[in-house]
Design a protein around this ligand. Structure first.
Ligand SMILES: NC(=O)c1ccc[n+]([C@@H]2O[C@H](COP(=O)([O-])OP(=O)(O)OC[C@H]3O[C@@H](n4cnc5c(N)ncnc54)[C@H](O)[C@@H]3O)[C@@H](O)[C@H]2O)c1
Length: 518
């Protein structure tokens, strides 16, 4: 399946550089329309303008655009006036998303300075000629839905923002690499996504009784429409079923449905379904391909990324597992409309964690409260996934940097465990983040005001921030796996410095004392 992404906007907005970076991040080819026109014509654009006037250039532009629409796949940067032509505009719009880059006059002029001879419609390249051109095209540029203001951002940052806006990522570093998509309504194109990645049938859809009842038919239809033979297995919902009995049931269902080495497993559900289906896929016939369609916030922003799969043993959580990256992660934020409220908040704790690690804008979105989060879900999910993807890209097998993802988890896991899992994971992480921020403040690492800010944001998302009195502070170190006699140096914390910055590997000497104060 051919996929195109277009970058558009005025000259100087950075389409070519950003386009190259975006294509590289997505592992896709890149082309610059003006560059291809010059190569075909054997002339520079000013030469084409000089010889054939603007009308001649536009004719060539249309011809080359047609050719690219038919043959190119990947990212295409368009010339600054390429979509003024209604016909070009409607064909491009039908072929893929268009991101329109914008920037202030000052930025555009700055970038164009020294480049005057390449821009025939800005021959004088004065502020006046640029202003006139921008005024003429203002309504035109404003008519695009996806607007990205490039002012004050480096090309790398603009490319990253474009990825978030488009909900498209590519994760590499663990065996094969894979695409991650965040797309409202994306469930309907699940089958196309499987075909596009060359995966084969028969397919087995794995879901739980809640998610299966809501979205199972839609997913099955999409996979069937794409030409696959598809079967389904529905597991009982909940963490208590994340066990070897469920894994066994999956293996047996795979066998009964005739799945072979080249077949495909599709996980549709929260983190429990993803972990179980991924693990069953990793072990069935020594590993079959799988697609993850996460349907809870927790599963989208955390569990679906990084390739960790597994199940619990009676002795403890996630004691069985394997790294087995999916071929595609397809997150459809529309499915979150049916997520129970308590699960919604639970997942938002991980979103706040990602915001604190490296995305202050994400924290600003979360600070607006739960209702506002509902209204911006696609962006929030995409931003949050982008943070985790950046981290796992740099450290796929969890050696060092990935430890920042433990923010709030060192204390949080201990709370979860001491409550006998009465306190949900997200709630415990929320308490853990605040506790660790307090420790960070005591330690002189966190900037003043961080704890208050975190408390305000988490409370606004209906998350608890204080550790309940029935959790014995004295037992926290033990629950963290710290030997009482040797607590110094035994644990390394990821502690927040400010929103967007975390210090990794902090060892705390007086841990018991600090925890007792919480
Ligand atoms: N593999 C990893 O790297 C990783 C990371 C984090 C968490 N996890 C695992 O993820 C699990 C937690 O994930 P979770 O919070 O999604 O739990 P979950 O899968 O149990 O889902 C929570 C509940 O929400 C329901 N649900 C999910 N999506 C829904 C939807 N769209 N509409 C209605 N109901 C829906 C489920 O049926 C379930 O009852 C844990 O087992 C945890 O260990 C794994």
């Amino acid at each position: 399946m051919k996929e195109l992404i277009f970058l558009y906007g005025p000259s100087g907005s950075g389409k070519t550089r950003v386009g190259e970076l975006l294509a590289r991040k997505l592992h896709q080819p890149f082309a610059d329309l003006d560059g291809v026109i010059e190569a075909r014509a054997g002339m520079t654009i000013p030469e084409i303008f000089a010889g054939e006037a603007e009308s001649g250039f536009r004719r060539q532009e249309r011809r080359v655009l047609d050719e690219m629409l038919a043959n190119h796949s990947g990212v295409l940067a368009l010339g600054g006036g390429a979509l003024l032509d209604e016909d070009n505009w409607s064909r491009v719009r039908a072929a893929g998303p268009i991101v329109c880059l914008t920037a202030s006059m000052a930025t555009l002029l700055d970038r164009l300075r020294g480049d005057e001879d390449q821009r025939p419609l800005l021959s004088e390249c004065s502020a006046q000629s640029l202003r006139t051109l921008l005024d003429q095209r203002a309504d035109h540029y404003a008519s695009f839905r996806l607007q990205l203001d490039a002012d004050g951002l480096s090309p790398e940052q603009v490319a990253r923002e474009a990825q978030i806006m488009l909900g498209r990522f590519h994760v590499s570093g663990m065996g094969h690499s894979y695409d991650v998509r965040v797309q409202a309504g994306g469930l309907q194109s699940l089958g196309e996504g499987i075909v596009a990645r060359g995966m084969r049938g028969p397919c087995m859809l794995v879901s739980d009784e809640n998610v299966g009842a809501l979205y199972g038919d839609e997913a099955m239809k999409s996979v069937r429409r794409a030409g696959f033979d598809v079967h389904k297995v529905i597991l009982p919902a909940g963490e208590s079923n994340k066990n070897l009995a469920s894994i066994s049931r999956l293996w047996e269902s795979f066998l009964a449905a005739g799945l072979e080495r080249g077949s495909t497993v599709v996980a549709l559900g929260g983190g429990v379904v993803g972990d179980l289906a991924g693990f069953a896929a990793s072990t069935f016939m020594r590993g079959v391909a799988w697609v993850n369609v996460p349907t809870s916030i927790m599963a989208m922003v955390d569990a679906s990324l990084g390739g960790k799969t597994g199940a619990n043993l009676p002795q403890g959580k996630n004691l069985i597992g394997a790294f087995h990256a999916p071929r595609l992660v397809l997150a459809d934020p529309q499915t979150l409309t049916t997520l129970p409220d308590v699960e919604f908040s639970n997942g938002l704790a991980e979103v706040v964690k990602h915001a604190v690690i490296s995305d202050p804008h994400l924290l600003t979105l979360c600070a607006k409260g739960k209702r506002a989060v509902h209204a911006q879900l696609e962006q929030i999910v995409s931003r949050s996934m982008a943070v985790k993807i950046d981290i796992i890209q740099g450290d796929p097998y969890e050696s060092s940097w990935r430890e920042v993802l433990n923010l709030g988890h060192t204390v949080g896991h201990a709370i979860e465990q001491l409550s006998n899992y009465r306190i949900r994971h997200g709630e415990a992480i929320s308490m853990g983040m605040v506790a660790e921020a307090r420790m960070s403040e005591d330690f002189g690492i966190a900037q003043a005001g961080l704890v208050e800010e975190l408390v305000r944001v988490l409370t606004g998302l209906d998350l608890p921030v204080e550790i309940p009195d029935d959790i014995d502070r004295d037992r926290l170190p033990e629950a963290m796996g710290v030997d009482k006699k040797r607590s110094h140096g035994a644990l390394r914390f990821a502690l927040p410095v400010e929103v967007g910055r975390v210090r990794n590997g902090v060892e705390i000497e007086n841990l018991e004392e600090m925890l007792a104060k919480l």
